[in-house]
Design a protein around this ligand. Structure first.
Ligand code: ADP
Length: 375
């Protein structure tokens, strides 16, 4: 059992570097929480404060009901796994995993039992006598995880544990860490700059920017209800399309005008904006590449009021789909990406009609960049 509570946590480094600002979060027992954000946003610093490796400038940190601001790392009942594995090169896998337990004078039989169990969970039983240099990156990271598991900590803290692995191994280890979390039924806090890792692993995700929390939510909610333009752009690949628009209202109908295009906004979306906000006129529309589509040449588009014109700039064939990057008519510097099918046949310079599914768009305030759509 371990919940973690961060209350008004701040970290200022020497030279007045404000790395983490007023961080408030309740991490529940057995949760898998991921801190994600661009490099330098304060993720590692926050994790290291939980670990006790970094002093907390102000605020309160609780593990369960105990305030641990001044508790030594070794007395916090946590285990940390790092990007660079931090294995002892001259020790075997077994010795690396047993090391912490030996220091604590755990009886030999118990150590053997625990190492055996952990190595079985991680599928590294056959490598126990090897030295780290004779292991692949993925195997080394398993040893590092094993070393944490044998200690049976209340909390696992993982700092970019997969960044040194190649893409294929990263995907595999991702699944293994999810399985590990299910099996161990312990609280996991995981730091990554990779939004795909965050989205696939976290039960809840904390998106950070410049030392501030932007949004704490489930992966689904982050995707569909981003609180601001930053979160909307950070989560999802390819990045969400953003278009500066002027809103025009004609009775109940609301349209967005951009370049030489005008699209009517679905009534379901209009119902989520206040009348007062519609009157502001200037907005940024956000729409994901899967919520727009290229119209077929033979398609009758005369009845569809949400079609924009564009020209193909680049296509990216990904095998299972094609990303079609366009410029929008009247906006020569714009870039707008549409997901085409695997066998999408368009060429650079082709004029295209882009149909918007405006039920699934976002609407941001031009100045504050906050999402104006109510959930
Ligand atoms: P992230 O993990 O999101 O990449 P960090 O938590 O490592 O970000 O860093 C947050 C900010 O704090 C950055 O601006 C970084 O340069 C600064 N920082 C990190 N460690 C130190 C340190 N030991 N001394 C001074 N500044 C630091």
């Amino acid at each position: 059992m371990a919940s973690i509570s961060l209350k008004n946590i701040c970290k200022t480094y020497a030279g007045d570097v404000k790395a983490v600002i007023d961080f408030n979060l309740e991490i529940h027992d057995k949760e898998f929480v991921v801190f994600v954000g661009p490099s330098g946003c304060g993720k590692s610093t926050t994790l290291r404060m939980i670990a006790g490796l970094e002093e907390i400038t102000s605020g309160d940190l609780y593990i369960e009901d105990r305030r641990v601001n001044n508790v030594e790392p070794k007395d916090r009942d946590i285990a940390m796994v790092f990007q660079n594995y931090a294995l002892y090169p001259y020790m075997t896998v077994f010795e690396n995993m047993a090391f912490g337990l030996r220091l604590r004078k755990v009886p030999k039989k118990e150590i053997e039992q625990k190492v055996k169990e952990a190595s079985k969970i991680l599928g590294i039983e056959d490598y126990l006598n090897r030295k780290p240099k004779n292991l692949s990156g993925g195997q080394r990271q398993r040893v590092a995880l094993g070393r944490a598991i044998v200690r049976e900590p209340k909390v696992f803290l993982l700092d970019e544990p997969l960044s040194n692995l190649d893409a294929k191994m990263r995907t595999q280890m991702r699944t293994e860490i999810i399985r590990l979390h299910n099996e161990l039924q312990t609280t996991f806090v995981y730091v990554t700059h990779d939004q795909t890792e965050a989205m696939t692993m976290g039960t809840r995700i904390v998106v950070m920017k410049d030392g501030y929390i932007q949004q704490v939510d489930t992966p689904d909610n982050l995707y569909d209800y981003p609180v601001n333009k930053f979160v909307a752009g950070f989560i999802g690949t390819p990045q969400m399309n953003f278009v500066d628009v002027i809103m025009e209202q004609d009775g109940k109908k609301v349209s967005a005008v951009f370049g030489r295009n005008r699209i009517e906004i679905a009534k379901e979306t209009v119902a989520r904006i206040t009348a007062e906000e519609v009157n502001k006129r200037q907005f940024v529309i956000g729409i994901r590449s899967e919520d727009v589509r290229l119209c077929d040449e033979s398609e009758d588009t005369s009845k569809n009021k949400a079609i924009a014109n564009g020209v193909v700039k680049i296509t990216e064939k990904l095998g299972n789909e094609t990303l079609v990057y366009c410029t929008l008519e009247g906006l020569p510097d714009s870039e707008f990406v549409v997901r085409g099918g695997a066998r999408c046949r368009v060429n650079i310079g082709d004029p295209v009609k882009i149909a918007f599914d405006t039920i699934h768009m976002q609407l941001f305030d031009y100045d504050t960049e906050l999402n104006l759509l109510k959930r």
